[in-house]
Design a protein around this ligand. Sequence first.
Ligand SMILES: [Fe+2]
Length: 415
Amino acid sequence: MVKEVPISELRPGMYVVDTGLSWMDRPFVYSTEGRIFGPDDVRRIQGEGYLSAFVREGDERGRSGPNLSRRMAGKELAPLPKEQEAEARVRERLRKVPIRKEIETARQVHSQLVEYTRGVMKDARLGKPVDYESSKPLAGALVDSVMRNEDALLALKYLKSFDEYTYNHSINVAVVATVFAKSLGYSEDRLRELCQAAVLHDLGKALVPDEILNKPGRLTPAEFAVVRDHPVNGFELLHGARGPSQDVLRGALEHHEKFNGGGYPDGLAGDEIGEFGRIIAVADVYDALTSERVYKRGMTPSNALRIIYGMRESDFHPGYVERFIRCLGIYPVGTVVRLTTGETGVVVQGAPPTPLLPTVRVVLDRNRVRTRPHDLDLAALAEQMGLDAPRIDSAIESYEDDPLMPRIDSREYLG
Ligand SMILES: [Fe+2]
């Protein structure tokens, strides 16, 4: 039997179970499966801001109990030894170039890719062959930036106001897809290939007239039929170019297929859909929801993640959505949050090992008055101060409940 206990009742010897349940509905459930070894573990988990955990009932023997050694010898994964875990965290931090240093490179990479996409789409319209080879070094530069600090490219979306949606959307999808695939353990070579596929996934839109592409209202059935051709058109345009692999071709062809078979163009289902298509599909929907268009405001990242969570298992493969949310964090870069201190700020850097403890740039004091922006690394503070450290209380989704609160534009505070 598994029961939920408040973190305050977590005791050494208990075994935490990853129920796989609703990471989105229950973000404060600690779900790293394994035994709680000592009081340090309990303190660390409390310090990271989790509120409860699911544990196995009647399985609370001490670490030296025979039951535990038998289990440890068996198929359960041993938790990472503490020193190794701490070392991995330090390595992750050291490897990261600060966002301020990376942002200029990220801007250049982004705009070079936008120029490239504009060029190939123009060529496609004119019936010229697609220059696939040139996407290789550009995708390489994007992957390098993601490896140094993925938050720089992710934050760009909030820094720039993009007017030409189609080109920028392709690059934003490539950024999100690359960050996601990195978290899935892709090698750098494979990441570059995925990135090329993501940059070119909507190439077929070159053949869709602008008035349909940019139509603010609902498309007529005839217009939608034209849009539905873009994966096949993209596939064919790429097929006629020198260089794209099978996986890249399938990425373009399959990025609107759905897990339940309800997508297009072929109504593929489940395992019939290749991995590039699955990854690009999640990134595509995420970017579309969070993008500002002439006729709509962009959704906050946490709202978009909630909607995507609701589409798991209908649109997306089991496990992909949960992993996607884990990778971007409950509070992705750009999210406006209220802290337990009453202060308000913008998430400026994610913290993959501790998704509830990103770095927050505080911009309003506890009285909702603008203050000199300053950064709080919530993970570092939790390490220093334990339970007294400030944490995120909630993400601010709308200003309706609090009309007096000053509006915060994330763009002002990133970079
Ligand atoms: Fe598309």
